[in-house]
Ligand binder design. Structure first.
Ligand code: MG
Ligand code: ZN
Length: 214
């Protein structure tokens, strides 16, 4: 008897769709980042800074993922770049099918670099690739000292980690250095930069470490 598990077939279909998304972006010459992190870590603030500092050099587009609101998309639109809001409803992560629809709603011929803000969640996005070139996590010292240790699947695979809210290290008694040591155990290759999403501190350093083409 053959037994087919719904979960496994759905994940496989998702992986295939993610591969197709990346190929599609490649044909359009778009280099894409999946930006993940908990609710309130500062994903939107960091994306806003990245857009502000990069838009003179690259044509930027953004997809903002959220359950039901448009608050993040509206904040990014203030930077004058094309933004598509992707609503997931009751689903706690972006899936590659929804991302594909969002991508097709962007003026791709006018975009070199695409930032995709995932839904605020560090668990399922680690299991659901959406079809990008690089992955970034924005975490923050306000999430406590065990944030990285408790999300091994996410931090093992990610390319860039912004540890945000560095100005609150003392108040939270959580150090960027300690979080960085936890990350090194899981992922020696990830690039880690401390950032302040309010002042933009650290964002130039992050940009110097990022690649924007294959
Ligand atoms: Mg956000
Ligand atoms: Zn989820």
């Amino acid at each position: 008897m053959r037994i087919v598990e719904l979960g496994e077939s759905a994940l496989k279909k998702g992986r295939d769709l993610a591969i197709e998304n990346k190929k599609f972006l490649d044909t359009k010459g778009v280099f894409a980042f999946d930006v993940m992190g908990s609710v309130g870590s500062g994903k939107t603030s960091i994306i806003k800074w990245l857009v502000r500092k990069l838009k003179g050099d690259y044509k930027i587009g953004v997809i903002a993922g959220d359950l039901t609101t448009e608050v993040d998309a509206l904040r990014i639109e203030e930077e004058g770049v094309p933004v598509v809001q992707a609503h997931t409803g009751r689903v706690c992560h972006l899936d590659p099918g929804l991302v594909r629809t969002a991508i097709e709603n962007l003026p791709l011929d006018d975009i070199d670099v695409l930032f995709i803000e995932n839904v605020g969640n560090l668990i399922c996005p680690a299991a659901v690739p959406i079809g990008v070139h690089k992955e970034m996590v924005v975490t923050s010292v306000t999430e406590g000292p065990y944030m990285i240790k408790k999300h091994p699947y996410m931090f093992q695979r990610v390319d860039y980690v912004a540890i945000n809210k560095i100005d609150l290290q003392k108040a939270m008694n959580v150090s960027v250095h300690g979080l960085e040591e936890d990350l090194r155990e899981l992922n020696p290759n990830a690039i880690v930069i401390g950032t302040n999403g309010i002042t933009g501190e650290g964002v130039d350093k992050l940009i110097q470490c990022m690649s924007f083409q294959q």
